[in-house]
Design a protein around this ligand. Structure first.
Ligand code: NAI
Ligand code: MG
Length: 480
Protein backbone atom coordinates (compact mmCIF):
# COMPACT_ATOMS: atom_id res chain seq x y z
CA UNK A 1 0.00 0.00 0.00
CA UNK A 2 1.13 3.50 -0.84
CA UNK A 3 -0.71 6.35 0.79
CA UNK A 4 -0.70 10.04 -0.02
CA UNK A 5 -1.68 13.23 1.78
CA UNK A 6 -5.05 14.87 1.16
CA UNK A 7 -4.69 18.61 0.60
CA UNK A 8 -7.30 20.83 -1.04
CA UNK A 9 -9.23 17.86 -2.38
CA UNK A 10 -6.19 16.27 -4.01
CA UNK A 11 -4.14 13.23 -3.13
CA UNK A 12 -0.54 14.36 -3.21
CA UNK A 13 2.93 13.25 -2.18
CA UNK A 14 4.80 15.11 0.53
CA UNK A 15 6.49 18.28 -0.73
CA UNK A 16 9.90 16.62 -0.38
CA UNK A 17 8.70 13.17 -1.51
CA UNK A 18 9.34 11.73 1.96
CA UNK A 19 7.50 8.68 3.27
CA UNK A 20 7.44 6.63 6.46
CA UNK A 21 6.67 2.99 7.07
CA UNK A 22 3.59 1.97 9.03
CA UNK A 23 3.86 -1.30 10.92
CA UNK A 24 1.33 -4.08 11.55
CA UNK A 25 1.60 -4.65 15.32
CA UNK A 26 0.18 -8.17 15.04
CA UNK A 27 3.15 -9.29 12.94
CA UNK A 28 5.78 -6.64 13.57
CA UNK A 29 6.08 -6.38 9.78
CA UNK A 30 5.40 -3.46 7.42
CA UNK A 31 1.84 -2.55 6.41
CA UNK A 32 2.19 0.52 4.20
CA UNK A 33 4.41 3.35 3.07
CA UNK A 34 2.75 6.66 3.85
CA UNK A 35 3.59 10.17 2.67
CA UNK A 36 5.24 12.14 5.48
CA UNK A 37 3.85 15.66 5.62
CA UNK A 38 6.30 18.55 5.90
CA UNK A 39 5.95 22.07 7.29
CA UNK A 40 5.33 23.25 3.71
CA UNK A 41 2.50 20.71 3.33
CA UNK A 42 0.94 21.92 6.58
CA UNK A 43 1.13 25.46 5.30
CA UNK A 44 -0.61 24.53 2.04
CA UNK A 45 -3.32 22.63 3.89
CA UNK A 46 -4.04 25.53 6.26
CA UNK A 47 -4.27 27.89 3.27
CA UNK A 48 -6.67 25.48 1.52
CA UNK A 49 -8.76 25.23 4.67
CA UNK A 50 -9.05 29.02 4.83
CA UNK A 51 -9.97 29.25 1.16
CA UNK A 52 -12.73 26.68 1.72
CA UNK A 53 -14.11 28.74 4.61
CA UNK A 54 -14.46 31.70 2.27
CA UNK A 55 -15.76 29.66 -0.67
CA UNK A 56 -19.30 29.70 -2.01
CA UNK A 57 -19.34 25.91 -1.97
CA UNK A 58 -18.71 25.73 1.81
CA UNK A 59 -18.79 29.02 3.69
CA UNK A 60 -21.55 30.27 1.41
CA UNK A 61 -23.67 27.11 1.40
CA UNK A 62 -26.84 26.62 3.47
CA UNK A 63 -26.22 24.70 6.72
CA UNK A 64 -28.68 21.97 5.69
CA UNK A 65 -26.28 21.04 2.88
CA UNK A 66 -23.57 20.31 5.44
CA UNK A 67 -26.00 18.04 7.25
CA UNK A 68 -26.89 16.17 4.06
CA UNK A 69 -23.23 15.59 3.22
CA UNK A 70 -22.66 14.27 6.73
CA UNK A 71 -25.53 11.80 6.38
CA UNK A 72 -23.87 10.55 3.19
CA UNK A 73 -20.57 10.14 5.04
CA UNK A 74 -22.31 8.12 7.77
CA UNK A 75 -23.86 5.87 5.15
CA UNK A 76 -20.57 5.43 3.28
CA UNK A 77 -18.85 4.38 6.51
CA UNK A 78 -21.58 1.81 7.17
CA UNK A 79 -21.42 0.54 3.59
CA UNK A 80 -17.66 0.00 3.95
CA UNK A 81 -17.56 -1.33 7.50
CA UNK A 82 -15.79 -4.62 6.65
CA UNK A 83 -13.09 -2.99 4.55
CA UNK A 84 -12.46 -0.22 7.07
CA UNK A 85 -12.59 -2.55 10.07
CA UNK A 86 -10.05 -4.91 8.50
CA UNK A 87 -7.73 -2.00 7.78
CA UNK A 88 -8.13 -0.72 11.36
CA UNK A 89 -7.33 -4.18 12.75
CA UNK A 90 -4.20 -4.41 10.59
CA UNK A 91 -3.01 -0.94 11.42
CA UNK A 92 -3.85 -0.76 15.12
CA UNK A 93 -4.09 -4.47 15.98
CA UNK A 94 -7.47 -4.34 17.69
CA UNK A 95 -9.89 -7.29 17.35
CA UNK A 96 -12.12 -7.15 14.28
CA UNK A 97 -15.33 -6.85 16.28
CA UNK A 98 -13.89 -3.84 18.08
CA UNK A 99 -12.87 -2.31 14.74
CA UNK A 100 -16.37 -2.88 13.37
CA UNK A 101 -17.80 -1.17 16.43
CA UNK A 102 -15.36 1.72 15.96
CA UNK A 103 -16.50 2.21 12.35
CA UNK A 104 -20.15 2.17 13.46
CA UNK A 105 -19.36 4.73 16.14
CA UNK A 106 -17.59 6.88 13.53
CA UNK A 107 -20.74 6.71 11.38
CA UNK A 108 -22.82 7.59 14.40
CA UNK A 109 -20.77 10.77 14.99
CA UNK A 110 -21.61 12.01 11.50
CA UNK A 111 -25.25 11.07 11.88
CA UNK A 112 -25.56 12.68 15.32
CA UNK A 113 -23.97 15.98 14.29
CA UNK A 114 -25.65 16.02 10.84
CA UNK A 115 -28.91 16.75 12.61
CA UNK A 116 -27.59 19.83 14.39
CA UNK A 117 -25.88 21.46 11.38
CA UNK A 118 -28.99 23.58 10.62
CA UNK A 119 -29.94 24.15 14.27
CA UNK A 120 -26.94 26.01 15.66
CA UNK A 121 -28.88 29.00 16.90
CA UNK A 122 -28.19 32.22 18.71
CA UNK A 123 -30.26 34.24 21.17
CA UNK A 124 -32.10 37.49 21.43
CA UNK A 125 -31.27 39.49 24.51
CA UNK A 126 -33.84 41.94 25.90
CA UNK A 127 -32.40 45.44 26.28
CA UNK A 128 -35.69 47.32 26.47
CA UNK A 129 -37.56 49.54 23.99
CA UNK A 130 -35.64 50.77 20.98
CA UNK A 131 -33.09 47.96 20.91
CA UNK A 132 -32.79 44.58 19.28
CA UNK A 133 -29.84 42.54 20.43
CA UNK A 134 -29.07 39.12 18.98
CA UNK A 135 -26.25 36.62 18.89
CA UNK A 136 -24.99 34.52 16.00
CA UNK A 137 -22.90 31.38 16.46
CA UNK A 138 -20.36 31.51 13.67
CA UNK A 139 -17.87 28.77 12.78
CA UNK A 140 -14.59 29.35 14.61
CA UNK A 141 -12.65 28.80 11.37
CA UNK A 142 -9.83 26.36 10.64
CA UNK A 143 -9.71 23.56 13.21
CA UNK A 144 -6.37 21.77 13.59
CA UNK A 145 -6.80 18.26 14.94
CA UNK A 146 -3.97 16.06 16.20
CA UNK A 147 -5.16 12.55 17.01
CA UNK A 148 -3.61 9.41 18.54
CA UNK A 149 -3.28 5.86 17.28
CA UNK A 150 -5.58 4.05 19.69
CA UNK A 151 -8.95 4.76 18.04
CA UNK A 152 -8.01 6.40 14.72
CA UNK A 153 -11.34 6.24 12.90
CA UNK A 154 -13.42 6.92 16.02
CA UNK A 155 -11.36 9.84 17.27
CA UNK A 156 -10.97 11.13 13.71
CA UNK A 157 -14.76 11.25 13.38
CA UNK A 158 -15.19 12.60 16.91
CA UNK A 159 -13.34 15.77 15.94
CA UNK A 160 -14.37 16.07 12.30
CA UNK A 161 -18.14 15.70 12.72
CA UNK A 162 -18.85 18.59 15.14
CA UNK A 163 -16.34 20.83 13.34
CA UNK A 164 -17.99 20.25 9.97
CA UNK A 165 -21.50 20.59 11.41
CA UNK A 166 -20.48 23.98 12.77
CA UNK A 167 -19.20 25.05 9.32
CA UNK A 168 -15.49 24.87 10.14
CA UNK A 169 -12.78 23.36 7.97
CA UNK A 170 -10.21 20.91 9.29
CA UNK A 171 -6.56 19.98 8.98
CA UNK A 172 -6.23 16.55 10.56
CA UNK A 173 -2.86 15.06 11.60
CA UNK A 174 -3.21 11.31 12.28
CA UNK A 175 -0.71 9.51 14.50
CA UNK A 176 2.34 8.02 12.81
CA UNK A 177 1.70 4.65 14.51
CA UNK A 178 -1.75 4.16 12.92
CA UNK A 179 -2.75 6.68 10.25
CA UNK A 180 -4.60 4.49 7.75
CA UNK A 181 -8.30 4.79 8.56
CA UNK A 182 -8.10 8.50 9.31
CA UNK A 183 -6.87 8.89 5.75
CA UNK A 184 -9.81 6.83 4.46
CA UNK A 185 -12.09 9.13 6.41
CA UNK A 186 -10.67 12.08 4.47
CA UNK A 187 -11.21 10.28 1.15
CA UNK A 188 -14.78 9.35 2.07
CA UNK A 189 -15.53 12.96 3.04
CA UNK A 190 -14.40 14.04 -0.43
CA UNK A 191 -16.33 11.29 -2.20
CA UNK A 192 -19.45 12.28 -0.29
CA UNK A 193 -19.27 15.78 -1.68
CA UNK A 194 -17.44 17.91 0.89
CA UNK A 195 -15.75 20.63 -1.17
CA UNK A 196 -11.94 20.63 -1.56
CA UNK A 197 -10.09 22.05 1.44
CA UNK A 198 -12.84 21.29 3.99
CA UNK A 199 -11.06 18.15 5.23
CA UNK A 200 -7.30 17.91 4.75
CA UNK A 201 -5.45 14.89 6.14
CA UNK A 202 -1.71 15.07 6.76
CA UNK A 203 -0.09 11.97 8.20
CA UNK A 204 3.38 12.65 9.51
CA UNK A 205 5.63 12.85 12.52
CA UNK A 206 4.59 14.62 15.69
CA UNK A 207 7.61 16.92 16.09
CA UNK A 208 7.49 17.84 12.38
CA UNK A 209 3.95 17.92 10.91
CA UNK A 210 2.26 17.99 14.34
CA UNK A 211 4.35 20.87 15.66
CA UNK A 212 4.05 22.79 12.36
CA UNK A 213 0.27 22.51 12.63
CA UNK A 214 -0.04 23.36 16.34
CA UNK A 215 2.21 26.41 15.95
CA UNK A 216 0.71 27.61 12.65
CA UNK A 217 -0.33 31.24 13.02
CA UNK A 218 -3.40 30.82 10.80
CA UNK A 219 -5.23 27.99 12.57
CA UNK A 220 -8.20 29.17 14.63
CA UNK A 221 -8.63 26.25 17.02
CA UNK A 222 -6.73 23.11 18.06
CA UNK A 223 -8.12 19.77 19.23
CA UNK A 224 -5.48 17.44 20.70
CA UNK A 225 -5.73 13.89 22.04
CA UNK A 226 -2.61 12.20 23.34
CA UNK A 227 -0.04 12.26 26.13
CA UNK A 228 0.25 14.91 28.84
CA UNK A 229 3.76 16.18 27.88
CA UNK A 230 2.88 16.59 24.19
CA UNK A 231 -0.45 18.16 25.18
CA UNK A 232 1.36 20.75 27.28
CA UNK A 233 3.81 21.41 24.44
CA UNK A 234 1.12 21.93 21.76
CA UNK A 235 -0.97 24.10 24.09
CA UNK A 236 2.04 26.38 24.53
CA UNK A 237 2.53 26.57 20.76
CA UNK A 238 -1.15 27.46 20.30
CA UNK A 239 -0.96 30.01 23.12
CA UNK A 240 1.65 31.98 21.20
CA UNK A 241 -1.01 32.65 18.58
CA UNK A 242 -3.92 32.99 21.04
CA UNK A 243 -5.46 29.83 19.60
CA UNK A 244 -7.91 27.99 21.90
CA UNK A 245 -7.32 24.31 22.58
CA UNK A 246 -9.44 21.29 23.45
CA UNK A 247 -7.22 18.87 25.27
CA UNK A 248 -7.88 15.19 25.98
CA UNK A 249 -4.97 13.62 27.80
CA UNK A 250 -6.01 10.28 29.23
CA UNK A 251 -6.39 9.17 32.81
CA UNK A 252 -6.22 6.59 35.54
CA UNK A 253 -9.92 6.01 35.85
CA UNK A 254 -11.30 4.06 38.83
CA UNK A 255 -13.96 1.37 38.84
CA UNK A 256 -15.34 1.38 42.39
CA UNK A 257 -16.98 -1.91 43.37
CA UNK A 258 -19.05 -2.44 46.52
CA UNK A 259 -19.83 -5.81 48.04
CA UNK A 260 -23.53 -5.37 47.23
CA UNK A 261 -22.90 -5.07 43.47
CA UNK A 262 -24.30 -7.48 40.88
CA UNK A 263 -21.12 -9.50 40.49
CA UNK A 264 -21.80 -10.93 37.02
CA UNK A 265 -22.41 -7.48 35.62
CA UNK A 266 -19.39 -6.09 37.47
CA UNK A 267 -16.90 -8.73 36.29
CA UNK A 268 -17.96 -8.12 32.72
CA UNK A 269 -17.82 -4.33 33.07
CA UNK A 270 -14.50 -4.16 34.93
CA UNK A 271 -12.76 -6.61 32.56
CA UNK A 272 -13.99 -4.85 29.46
CA UNK A 273 -13.03 -1.42 30.82
CA UNK A 274 -9.36 -2.46 31.11
CA UNK A 275 -8.88 -5.10 28.40
CA UNK A 276 -10.74 -3.42 25.54
CA UNK A 277 -8.18 -2.24 22.99
CA UNK A 278 -5.51 -3.95 25.15
CA UNK A 279 -5.93 -1.19 27.71
CA UNK A 280 -4.82 1.45 25.23
CA UNK A 281 -7.82 3.65 25.90
CA UNK A 282 -7.78 7.12 27.40
CA UNK A 283 -10.86 6.26 29.45
CA UNK A 284 -9.69 2.74 30.43
CA UNK A 285 -10.85 1.66 33.88
CA UNK A 286 -7.27 1.03 34.96
CA UNK A 287 -7.79 1.17 38.73
CA UNK A 288 -10.11 -1.30 40.45
CA UNK A 289 -11.17 -0.09 43.88
CA UNK A 290 -12.88 -3.04 45.53
CA UNK A 291 -14.57 -3.23 48.93
CA UNK A 292 -12.62 -5.59 51.19
CA UNK A 293 -15.56 -8.01 51.63
CA UNK A 294 -15.82 -8.51 47.88
CA UNK A 295 -12.11 -8.59 47.07
CA UNK A 296 -11.39 -12.32 47.03
CA UNK A 297 -14.37 -13.35 44.96
CA UNK A 298 -14.05 -10.53 42.45
CA UNK A 299 -10.31 -11.04 41.97
CA UNK A 300 -10.81 -14.79 41.58
CA UNK A 301 -13.40 -14.22 38.88
CA UNK A 302 -11.32 -11.61 37.09
CA UNK A 303 -8.30 -13.91 37.22
CA UNK A 304 -10.30 -16.70 35.66
CA UNK A 305 -11.51 -14.36 32.96
CA UNK A 306 -8.07 -12.89 32.21
CA UNK A 307 -6.57 -16.38 31.94
CA UNK A 308 -9.27 -17.50 29.51
CA UNK A 309 -8.86 -14.59 27.11
CA UNK A 310 -7.39 -15.38 23.71
CA UNK A 311 -4.65 -12.99 22.68
CA UNK A 312 -3.88 -12.85 18.98
CA UNK A 313 -3.69 -10.88 15.72
CA UNK A 314 -6.50 -8.34 15.34
CA UNK A 315 -7.75 -9.78 12.05
CA UNK A 316 -8.27 -13.19 13.72
CA UNK A 317 -10.79 -11.46 16.02
CA UNK A 318 -9.26 -12.56 19.33
CA UNK A 319 -10.40 -11.35 22.76
CA UNK A 320 -7.41 -9.02 22.85
CA UNK A 321 -4.99 -7.84 20.17
CA UNK A 322 -1.39 -6.64 20.36
CA UNK A 323 0.11 -3.47 21.79
CA UNK A 324 0.64 -0.75 19.18
CA UNK A 325 4.46 -0.82 19.13
CA UNK A 326 7.48 -2.39 20.68
CA UNK A 327 8.18 0.86 22.49
CA UNK A 328 4.77 0.83 24.18
CA UNK A 329 5.14 -2.90 24.93
CA UNK A 330 8.46 -2.30 26.69
CA UNK A 331 6.91 0.52 28.68
CA UNK A 332 4.10 -1.77 29.86
CA UNK A 333 6.59 -4.48 30.83
CA UNK A 334 8.54 -1.85 32.71
CA UNK A 335 5.47 -0.87 34.71
CA UNK A 336 4.79 -4.48 35.70
CA UNK A 337 8.37 -4.66 37.02
CA UNK A 338 7.88 -1.38 38.86
CA UNK A 339 4.66 -2.74 40.39
CA UNK A 340 6.39 -5.91 41.58
CA UNK A 341 9.18 -3.82 43.07
CA UNK A 342 6.60 -1.74 44.91
CA UNK A 343 5.08 -4.89 46.42
CA UNK A 344 2.17 -5.56 44.09
CA UNK A 345 1.20 -9.18 43.46
CA UNK A 346 0.75 -10.40 39.87
CA UNK A 347 -2.56 -12.28 40.06
CA UNK A 348 -2.80 -12.88 36.30
CA UNK A 349 -0.62 -12.36 33.24
CA UNK A 350 2.36 -10.09 33.69
CA UNK A 351 4.39 -11.24 30.69
CA UNK A 352 4.44 -11.65 26.92
CA UNK A 353 2.33 -14.61 25.83
CA UNK A 354 3.63 -17.28 23.49
CA UNK A 355 1.68 -19.03 20.80
CA UNK A 356 1.90 -20.25 17.22
CA UNK A 357 0.11 -17.22 15.71
CA UNK A 358 1.87 -14.58 17.81
CA UNK A 359 5.09 -14.48 15.80
CA UNK A 360 6.93 -11.21 16.19
CA UNK A 361 3.83 -9.23 17.15
CA UNK A 362 3.80 -6.94 20.19
CA UNK A 363 1.63 -9.02 22.50
CA UNK A 364 1.14 -8.80 26.26
CA UNK A 365 -1.05 -10.89 28.56
CA UNK A 366 -4.14 -9.50 30.27
CA UNK A 367 -2.64 -8.59 33.63
CA UNK A 368 -3.97 -8.10 37.15
CA UNK A 369 -1.80 -6.38 39.74
CA UNK A 370 -3.30 -7.11 43.15
CA UNK A 371 -2.37 -5.67 46.58
CA UNK A 372 -1.69 -2.29 45.09
CA UNK A 373 -1.72 0.66 47.46
CA UNK A 374 -3.01 4.07 46.31
CA UNK A 375 0.34 5.82 46.20
CA UNK A 376 2.29 3.25 44.21
CA UNK A 377 3.39 4.41 40.77
CA UNK A 378 1.26 1.69 39.17
CA UNK A 379 -1.75 3.25 40.92
CA UNK A 380 -0.88 6.79 39.91
CA UNK A 381 0.64 6.69 36.40
CA UNK A 382 -1.13 5.89 33.15
CA UNK A 383 0.25 2.55 31.93
CA UNK A 384 -1.77 2.48 28.68
CA UNK A 385 -1.78 -1.31 28.50
CA UNK A 386 -3.85 -4.29 29.71
CA UNK A 387 -2.77 -3.90 33.34
CA UNK A 388 -5.35 -3.45 36.09
CA UNK A 389 -4.20 -2.07 39.46
CA UNK A 390 -6.34 -3.51 42.27
CA UNK A 391 -6.77 -1.52 45.49
CA UNK A 392 -8.92 -2.46 48.50
CA UNK A 393 -11.12 -0.08 50.53
CA UNK A 394 -13.53 -0.40 53.46
CA UNK A 395 -16.22 2.29 53.16
CA UNK A 396 -17.64 5.02 50.92
CA UNK A 397 -15.44 7.76 52.36
CA UNK A 398 -12.28 5.78 51.78
CA UNK A 399 -13.36 4.88 48.23
CA UNK A 400 -13.94 8.54 47.36
CA UNK A 401 -10.62 9.59 48.88
CA UNK A 402 -8.67 6.95 46.95
CA UNK A 403 -10.54 7.60 43.71
CA UNK A 404 -9.79 11.33 43.89
CA UNK A 405 -6.15 10.83 44.88
CA UNK A 406 -5.04 11.14 41.27
CA UNK A 407 -3.67 13.80 38.97
CA UNK A 408 -6.27 12.62 36.44
CA UNK A 409 -10.07 12.82 36.32
CA UNK A 410 -11.54 11.49 33.09
CA UNK A 411 -14.06 8.75 33.95
CA UNK A 412 -15.22 6.84 37.04
CA UNK A 413 -17.38 3.72 37.37
CA UNK A 414 -19.45 2.78 40.43
CA UNK A 415 -20.86 -0.71 40.94
CA UNK A 416 -23.49 -1.11 43.67
CA UNK A 417 -27.18 -1.87 44.19
CA UNK A 418 -27.41 0.98 46.71
CA UNK A 419 -28.58 4.18 45.05
CA UNK A 420 -27.40 6.26 48.01
CA UNK A 421 -23.79 5.11 47.71
CA UNK A 422 -23.88 5.52 43.94
CA UNK A 423 -25.23 9.07 44.06
CA UNK A 424 -22.90 10.15 46.87
CA UNK A 425 -19.93 9.05 44.79
CA UNK A 426 -21.29 10.61 41.58
CA UNK A 427 -21.58 13.93 43.40
CA UNK A 428 -18.13 13.88 44.97
CA UNK A 429 -15.92 12.26 42.36
CA UNK A 430 -13.64 14.62 40.44
CA UNK A 431 -14.05 13.39 36.88
CA UNK A 432 -15.72 14.43 33.65
CA UNK A 433 -17.93 11.34 33.42
CA UNK A 434 -19.40 8.96 35.99
CA UNK A 435 -20.99 5.62 35.10
CA UNK A 436 -23.17 3.69 37.54
CA UNK A 437 -23.48 -0.07 36.97
CA UNK A 438 -22.13 0.36 33.46
CA UNK A 439 -18.96 1.77 31.92
CA UNK A 440 -18.56 3.67 28.67
CA UNK A 441 -22.04 3.39 27.09
CA UNK A 442 -20.83 2.07 23.72
CA UNK A 443 -19.15 4.90 21.86
CA UNK A 444 -20.79 7.52 24.07
CA UNK A 445 -21.23 9.74 21.01
CA UNK A 446 -24.10 11.65 22.65
CA UNK A 447 -22.43 12.24 26.02
CA UNK A 448 -20.08 15.16 26.77
CA UNK A 449 -16.61 13.75 27.34
CA UNK A 450 -13.51 15.37 28.76
CA UNK A 451 -11.32 15.72 31.76
CA UNK A 452 -11.00 17.24 35.16
CA UNK A 453 -7.48 17.99 36.34
CA UNK A 454 -4.63 16.71 34.10
CA UNK A 455 -7.02 14.67 31.97
CA UNK A 456 -7.54 17.87 30.00
CA UNK A 457 -10.10 20.57 29.34
CA UNK A 458 -12.89 21.33 26.93
CA UNK A 459 -15.49 18.76 25.98
CA UNK A 460 -15.79 16.47 22.99
CA UNK A 461 -18.77 14.31 21.99
CA UNK A 462 -22.35 15.39 22.58
CA UNK A 463 -23.78 18.81 21.80
CA UNK A 464 -21.45 20.50 24.30
CA UNK A 465 -18.58 19.88 21.88
CA UNK A 466 -20.01 22.48 19.50
CA UNK A 467 -18.88 25.22 21.87
CA UNK A 468 -15.30 24.59 20.71
CA UNK A 469 -16.14 24.93 17.03
CA UNK A 470 -18.30 28.06 17.18
CA UNK A 471 -17.70 31.62 18.28
CA UNK A 472 -20.42 33.98 19.38
CA UNK A 473 -20.99 37.31 17.72
CA UNK A 474 -23.30 39.76 19.45
CA UNK A 475 -25.13 42.33 17.31
CA UNK A 476 -26.79 45.25 19.02
CA UNK A 477 -29.22 47.42 17.01
CA UNK A 478 -30.72 50.68 18.19
CA UNK A 479 -33.79 51.68 16.21
CA UNK A 480 -35.53 54.22 18.36
P1 NAI B 1 1.78 11.28 21.72
O1 NAI B 1 1.18 12.27 22.65
O2 NAI B 1 3.22 11.43 21.37
O3 NAI B 1 0.95 11.28 20.34
C1 NAI B 1 -0.32 11.84 20.13
C2 NAI B 1 -0.31 12.68 18.86
O4 NAI B 1 0.55 13.81 19.06
C3 NAI B 1 0.24 11.95 17.62
O5 NAI B 1 -0.50 12.34 16.48
C4 NAI B 1 1.66 12.48 17.52
O6 NAI B 1 2.18 12.46 16.21
C5 NAI B 1 1.47 13.90 17.99
N1 NAI B 1 2.71 14.54 18.46
C6 NAI B 1 3.77 13.94 19.08
N2 NAI B 1 4.72 14.86 19.35
C7 NAI B 1 4.26 16.05 18.90
C8 NAI B 1 4.79 17.37 18.90
N3 NAI B 1 5.98 17.65 19.41
N4 NAI B 1 4.03 18.36 18.37
C9 NAI B 1 2.82 18.11 17.87
N5 NAI B 1 2.26 16.87 17.83
C10 NAI B 1 2.98 15.86 18.35
O7 NAI B 1 1.51 9.84 22.33
P2 NAI B 1 2.38 8.49 22.10
O8 NAI B 1 3.83 8.81 22.13
O9 NAI B 1 1.86 7.86 20.89
O10 NAI B 1 1.96 7.64 23.39
C11 NAI B 1 2.61 7.86 24.63
C12 NAI B 1 1.62 7.86 25.78
O11 NAI B 1 0.65 8.88 25.60
C13 NAI B 1 0.79 6.59 25.94
O12 NAI B 1 1.47 5.61 26.65
C14 NAI B 1 -0.40 7.11 26.71
O13 NAI B 1 -0.13 7.19 28.08
C15 NAI B 1 -0.60 8.50 26.16
N6 NAI B 1 -1.63 8.53 25.10
C16 NAI B 1 -2.89 8.92 25.43
C17 NAI B 1 -3.89 8.88 24.49
C18 NAI B 1 -5.27 9.27 24.82
O14 NAI B 1 -6.20 8.75 24.23
N7 NAI B 1 -5.47 10.23 25.70
C19 NAI B 1 -3.65 8.40 23.13
C20 NAI B 1 -2.28 8.06 22.86
C21 NAI B 1 -1.33 8.12 23.83
MG1 MG C 1 5.10 10.14 20.92
Amino acid sequence: MNEQLIIDGQRVDASDGGTFEVCDPSTGGPLAAVAKATKADVDRAVKAAHAALESKAWGGAPPAERGRAMIRIAQALRDRVEELATLESRDNGKPLRQSRADVQVAARYFEFFAGIADKIMGNTIPLGPGYLDYTVREPIGVSAQIIPWNYPIQIGARGLAPAIAAGCTVVLKPAEDAPMTAMRLGEIALECGLPPGVVNVLPGMGPEAGAALASHPDINQLTFTGSVPVGIAVAKMAADNVVPVVMELGGKSPNIVFADADLDLTVQGVANAIFQNAGQTCSAGSRLLVQRKAHDELVARLTERAASMRVGPGVSDPDMGPIISNKQLEMIEGYVQIGKGEGAHVAAGGARPSGPDLGRGFFFQPTLLDRVSPDMRVAQEEIFGPVLAIITFDDVEEAIAIANRSQYGLVAGVWTRDINKAMTIAARIKSGQVYINTYGAGGGVELPFGGYKKSGYGREKGLDSLASYTQIKNVCVRFA
